[in-house]
Design a protein around this ligand. Structure first.
Ligand code: SF4
Ligand code: SF4
Length: 477
């Protein structure tokens, strides 16, 4: 493993040496307007990531993925496992938003908002810098033998990284168990909730591995989004780019016939993925703008114009106009609008309860002294927080048809399920054979209704007088 400042090339990945060993990067600190904006944005995002499971909306946390009870609370809406088809539109919508933002602004997500970058850059590396010192001190520490100061500083730094990983793993768990339950788990023995304990330890160790050692390799080697970005961007996309026309040829300040780049390598020193932005747009670039701030600081010191490295498009670098509206953007806008419309429509189609009717196993019908009877299992899932009083009505049924239970007969507590037998009996005098019927289910306190269409089955009505009554029907197995 090597750790010194390495000159990046386009032939190899900076973080991997020719012999396959790891080259550890210690990015120098960059200060500037974009870094300040990123830090403020990161604080806001950290607050959002941490507080989402705490902020109550409609009586539930803003985001609470209650996998154990198969209930998912998202910003005031409650979804059950049966509603997960809506997730298809939500996930594809989020994907289209990412496509859309990438086509417009490149890897803005990676550098500014990705939780991995936010925790690594604005928590782990901050603490590490505080304990181990600036980039040079950290490199010196790397080169030192393992004793005294190195053991102390590295030990402290790794302990802090482990604690951050543990904390993040608990924030992660808070999305899946309620906060009171999380608190209870934290105060009890691991054996009482071994599954959650194993999940937290697994997440902690994975994060610790990533934060302490794997670091930028995750973005360079593992993240699929980085792989597809080149297919999403074009010459109009805004990226962090080096103005070759202005910067080349490189040379010392004051030398004649040279461009604005003084080859100070500040842009390389601050890059968290170890690349040289002057080599053009590269897969490893996460668009963090650290090189931009670093170069601006150099330009200001030399009393030159800022923006040798800047946010611009490939066309902008050539002095051509960047077009925001272009076929790719229009196509993504169309897809995004269609996705959002589908999501909005599917949310409006969600009922405040779920009703299902399943024919009971066994005989499809019973002929009794009074008539022909069909039996079903009725399942009601009340998605609301309040108790529901469910009313059942039969439509298109002959007069005198008996429904049991009927009327406002079924009370289901908030977010609970009801399972029971529903019997429908058509009197012999009006029985006309098989027919399609509709069971309308209403929540008495809510205008929502569900119509369940089913087939009422039975014998040929001409044979009915000859059929003697069957034994009493079965109950749910
Ligand atoms: S920081 Fe600016 S001046 Fe220095 S090497 Fe990079 S591009 Fe050139
Ligand atoms: S090249 Fe610049 S924008 Fe890209 S990752 Fe490195 S420092 Fe960030």
């Amino acid at each position: 493993m090597s750790t010194g400042l390495k000159r990046p090339t386009l032939d190899t990945v900076t973080t991997i040496n020719r012999d396959g060993s790891r080259h550890l990067i210690h990015p120098a600190d960059a200060a500037g307007r974009f870094m300040l904006a990123r830090r403020l944005f990161a604080v806001l995002l950290l607050a959002v990531y941490i507080l989402l499971p705490w902020i109550p909306i409609n009586g539930s946390p803003a985001v609470f993925l209650d996998v154990a009870n198969r209930r998912f609370h998202l910003f005031g809406l409650t979804f059950l496992a049966q509603d997960l088809w809506v997730a298809f539109f939500a996930v594809s919508g989020a994907g289209f938003i990412l496509f859309y933002l990438t086509a417009l602004f490149g890897r803005l997500w990676c550098g500014w908002a990705c939780p991995y970058t936010v925790f690594l850059e604005h928590a782990v590396r901050r603490v590490e810098r505080w304990i181990e010192g600036d980039a040079q001190s950290r490199r010196r520490l790397d080169a030192m033998p393992w004793r005294g100061m190195k053991i102390l500083r590295r030990g402290l730094s790794l302990t802090a990284t482990f604690l951050i990983s543990l904390l993040v793993a608990h924030f992660f768990l808070a999305y899946f168990v309620s906060l009171p339950r999380l608190w209870k788990m934290m105060l009890s023995r691991p054996g009482e909730h071994w599954f959650a304990f194993c999940v937290v330890m697994l997440v902690t160790l994975t994060l610790f591995f990533c934060f302490a050692w794997f670091r930028e390799q995750f973005c360079i080697v593992l993240c699929p989004y980085g792989r597809i970005q080149s297919a999403l961007t074009d010459e109009h996309t805004l990226t962090v780019a080096y103005d070759r026309g202005r910067g080349e040829p490189r040379g010392r300040p004051g030398a004649t016939g040279v461009g604005d780049c003084v080859n100070c390598l500040r842009c390389v020193q601050v890059c968290p993925t170890g690349i040289d932005i002057r080599n053009g747009l590269q897969l490893e670039c996460i668009g963090c703008a650290a090189c931009l701030d670093a170069c601006d600081a150099v330009m200001l010191r030399l009393k030159r114009r800022r923006g040798l490295v800047r946010y611009t498009s490939m066309r902008g670098l050539q002095g051509l106009k960047t077009r925001w509206l272009r076929p790719r953007i229009l196509a993504y806008t169309g897809l995004l609008a269609a996705g959002l419309a589908a999501l909005g429509f599917s949310i409006t189609r969600l009922h405040s309860f779920q009703a299902t009717l399943t024919r009971l196993a066994g005989a499809p019908y019973y002929v009794t002294a009074e008539g022909v009877r069909n039996q079903f299992q009725l399942e009601l899932v009340n998605k609301r927080r309040e108790t529901g009083e469910f009313r059942l009505d039969l439509e298109d049924a002959p007069a005198g048809t008996r429904l049991n239970p009927s009327g406002n007969a079924i009370r289901v507590p908030g977010q609970e399920e009801y399972k029971g037998v529903l019997t429908i009996e058509i009197p012999r005098s009006v029985y006309q054979g098989k027919q399609r019927l509709v069971l309308r289910v209403r929540n008495g306190t809510h205008p929502d209704a569900t119509a369940l269409e089913f087939e009422f089955t039975g014998p040929d009505p001409r044979l009915l007088p000859e059929i003697s009554p069957a034994p009493a029907p079965a109950s749910i197995p």
